[in-house]
Ligand binder design. Sequence first.
Ligand SMILES: Cc1cc2nc3c(=O)[nH]c(=O)nc-3n(C[C@H](O)[C@H](O)[C@H](O)COP(=O)(O)O)c2cc1C
Length: 354
Amino acid sequence: MYCLGKKLRFSLFGKSHGPCVGGILEGIPAGFRLDEAAVAAAMARRRPTSGIGTDRVEADRVEFVQGLRHSVTDGTPLLMIIRNQNVRDDGRYLTFAATPRPGHADLPALLKFPGFDIRGGGQFSGRLTAPIVAAGAVAAQLLAEDNIRIAAFCRSIGPVADPAPRTFAEAQGSTAFASRACNTELDREMQDCIKAARADGDSTGGVVECLIEGLPIGFGGIWFESLDAELAAAVFAIPACKGVEFGKGFAITEMRGSESNDDYRMQDGRIVTESNNMGGIVGGMADGAPVVFRAAFKPTPSIAKPQDTVNLQTAENAELQVKGRHDPCIAPRAAAVVEAVTALVIADQAARGF
Ligand SMILES: Cc1cc2nc3c(=O)[nH]c(=O)nc-3n(C[C@H](O)[C@H](O)[C@H](O)COP(=O)(O)O)c2cc1C
């Protein structure tokens, strides 16, 4: 199993073409009433949309096998499974065992794990993000009790970028749009960009931005347990994530300290920052401003266009054309996954008393 967190501990298991994917969440207090409809709503936000997502659409019903009785936690580990029902096992994936897909995990996984089940990408499949979203939805409900809220949206898809600063409400509103853009016009442009890539037998990347509200000043750890370090590690674990930046991110290097420092002011008896270049975190701890970070998702590796690869059986150069069902862009679906790992990290840090 693959584990995240120390006190609120999440363990992930499964593979694309196995009977199910699932997770175990340890450390939830007994007597917590879980809103199962809210979990189902989070699962729906991860579901692919026709035209801009894979044709592999799953029911994604979360089964709480143990740890929950009449929607109330009993204090034992919460075991969640999601059955893999829409599995196509027509041998297409076996091609990749001989000719691994560039950009995907095939080559290192085949060489590293004897007997690797390459169908659907095995344990490297985006399918494993389903239980992450389920567990994240549970963690988000724990955080809501402390008025801590998380929302993500698509800041860009390919060259289509949203230039405006976005409020928490706008980020939340992105759930109304298939591309996870913040408004109708951007949604149309982002969807067009994804459809154009797919029509070319290609794929495109995108940037997901995530906002966290309600963290008290000082929330977080230090050094290797710092809030930004743990968030970045968890977000980087999402398949296809290639970069994470907080606040102004890499662009902060172009500023002077006099511009980049977020000056403090008193406002209605509260300490506030005048700007948010740090993304709400200094010294690994919340500084009272909303936490803002962005995650870059690469173009989907599986593309219909011919690509150069090698044939592992003949040790010769080869050409590969990927067939099968794939997302032409990962970012819109990844927004729900970014929200989920963020909730798991924050809830774990909260459980550790940070
Ligand atoms: C929600 C989600 C859906 C994904 N769908 C696909 C897909 O349809 N086809 C594909 O080749 N990769 C897909 N990926 C990405 C691969 O899983 C990922 O690129 C691969 O495991 C290699 O890992 P890396 O990109 O982090 O190096 C998806 C990722 C996520 C998060």
